[in-house]
Design a protein around this ligand. Structure first.
Ligand code: CO
Length: 208
């Protein structure tokens, strides 16, 4: 018996189900992908990009990492961003965080977690920036959840500060960067209303 047999069985059923409603689905998709969206989300298993917005394969280009961070020295994330913007010409980039994020929780405590502390350090910087507002909240849960939102806003800015996005705007490419947050407790997405679609909306020092 094949190792992880259930997953292969699941896959066969899934592919057949799609082919039942659209026999040419995979053939068409094999020729090209033209997604309109780039999704930057958390690796958390409870926040699967395609499922929560009910989109099919081919609809959404995805990058996920712990706590949905966009770090300007992360070649992995930047390569995804460059390909999505310059080749696929996505119209929307969505940074989607989620409440109760384990990465945010880990960054907010003062324990050592090993290698990952180098990654979480970026979240600590965001906390430091907004410390007064966060510390004014009563419960730990409220603090974590506000940090989850502020972290999204920070990553939206980080995306807008890249030359990739700025060059797209300069050449009048239609491109909007959004900040969303997902509730793992109710399955509901919320728009954090940080829609950025041109150079004038980013801080002067970051304009290139
Ligand atoms: Co998370």
């Amino acid at each position: 018996m094949r190792v992880l047999g259930t997953l292969f069985e699941n896959n066969k059923k899934w592919a057949n189900k799609i082919k039942e409603s659209d026999p040419d689905f995979f053939t068409k998709l094999s020729k090209q992908q033209s997604p309109e969206y780039l999704w930057v989300g958390c690796s958390d298993s409870r926040v699967p990009a395609n499922e929560i917005v009910n989109l099919l394969p081919g609809d959404i280009f995805v990058h996920r990492n712990i706590a949905n961070l966009v770090i300007h020295t992360d070649m992995n994330c930047l390569s995804v961003l460059q390909y999505a913007v310059e080749v696929l010409k996505v119209k929307h980039i969505i940074v989607c965080g989620h409440y109760g994020c384990g990465g945010i929780k880990a960054a907010m405590d003062n324990r050592e977690h090993g290698l990952i502390d180098n990654w979480l350090r970026h979240i600590k910087d965001t906390y430091h920036k907004h410390q007064g507002r966060i510390d004014a909240l009563q419960t730990e849960k409220e603090k974590i959840n506000l940090m989850c939102e502020l972290n999204v806003v920070e990553q939206v800015a980080n995306i807008c500060h890249t030359t990739i996005v700025q060059n797209a705007w300069k050449s009048n490419q239609e491109l909007t960067v959004h900040g969303w947050i997902y509730g793992i407790e109710d399955g509901i997405l919320q728009d954090l209303n940080v829609c950025i679609k041109n150079l004038d909306e980013i801080s002067r020092i970051h304009r290139i």
